[in-house]
Ligand binder design. Structure first.
Ligand code: ADP
Ligand code: ADP
Length: 233
């Protein structure tokens, strides 16, 4: 089934008298279970598009259907609710709470979801186990390697069982060996049926995805099946 459907979405920023067309009539469909990489030079609109797809922002015009809901025109609060339910975020800088353990970091989205402490910890533990870090549950971020921190962040993204995992430069702060091990993990998540959308500058990282979309000047320059998927495992 279809999980994302945007129809001619545009985003216009006004900076004083200057008008910036960050996205120009973008129509893109993504099905459940796809693994897509967004590429493109700086300023091409990747963050703007990811913010809209992730319900952090709304388009200036056009429609965005997420999991059969029209989310083009929601209020801040409505967007936040959809975001907590539908989207798992992974960031370049991990964005973990420095004083909280892995378990508490992973359990955090479940507080917003209203689960009790026992259920939160059970689910967070299962998510940590799924990224290979069951034995790091009581460690704090500064007691973990970069790769382990990103695994904790991925567990946090997964814990709500989101419709989509949105990863913004997920390997941007990691050395290449660790980057490839994180990409192996994404590959596993893809094999389990997760829908993954990632932004990356790096060609070798993008080639783990099964579809590569290139943006330029707010337009889709190309949208192709990746014929050279990096096989792992
Ligand atoms: P990318 O992620 O590919 O680097 P962005 O989506 O961040 O591109 O930016 C696309 C265009 O929109 C750029 O010209 C950028 O300067 C502009 N832009 C992005 N965010 C804002 C904002 N909040 N206000 C004004 N202009 C913005
Ligand atoms: P580091 O920065 O310490 O190299 P990694 O991200 O490579 O961290 O690995 C973190 C933990 O996950 C390690 O305990 C490692 O054994 C384990 N691990 C590495 N690759 C995988 C994988 N593909 N699937 C599951 N666990 C993995």
């Amino acid at each position: 089934g279809r999980i994302i459907e945007t129809t001619e979405i545009s985003k216009v920023y006004k900076m004083g008298s200057e008008i910036i067309n960050a996205l120009v009539s973008i129509s893109i469909n993504i099905d459940k279970g796809e693994y897509v990489a967004f590429m493109g030079p700086s300023g091409s609109g990747k963050s703007t598009l990811m913010n809209i797809i992730g319900c952090l922002d709304t388009p200036s015009s056009g429609t965005y259907i997420l999991n059969n809901n029209d989310v083009s025109d929601l209020t801040e609060n409505e967007l936040a609710e959809i975001r907590n339910k539908e989207i798992g975020f992974v960031f370049q800088t991990f964005n973990l709470l420095p004083r909280a353990t892995s378990l508490d970091n992973v359990a955090l989205p479940l507080i917003y979801a209203g689960l009790n402490k026992y259920d939160r910890e059970e689910k967070a533990m299962a998510a940590l186990a799924s990224v290979g870090l069951a034995d790091r549950a009581s460690h704090k971020p500064n007691e973990l390697s970069g790769g382990q921190r990103q695994r904790v962040a991925i567990a946090r993204a997964l814990v709500n069982d989101p419709s989509i995992i949105l990863a913004d430069e997920p390997t941007g702060n990691l050395d290449s060996k660790t980057s490839y091990s994180i990409m192996d993990l994404f590959q596993e998540l893809h094999d389990k049926g997760n829908t993954i959308i990632m932004v990356t500058h790096e060609d070798d990282i993008a080639h783990y995805a099964h579809r590569i979309v290139r943006l330029r000047d707010g337009l889709i320059e190309s949208d192709e099946i990746n014929e050279n998927v990096i096989a792992t495992g």
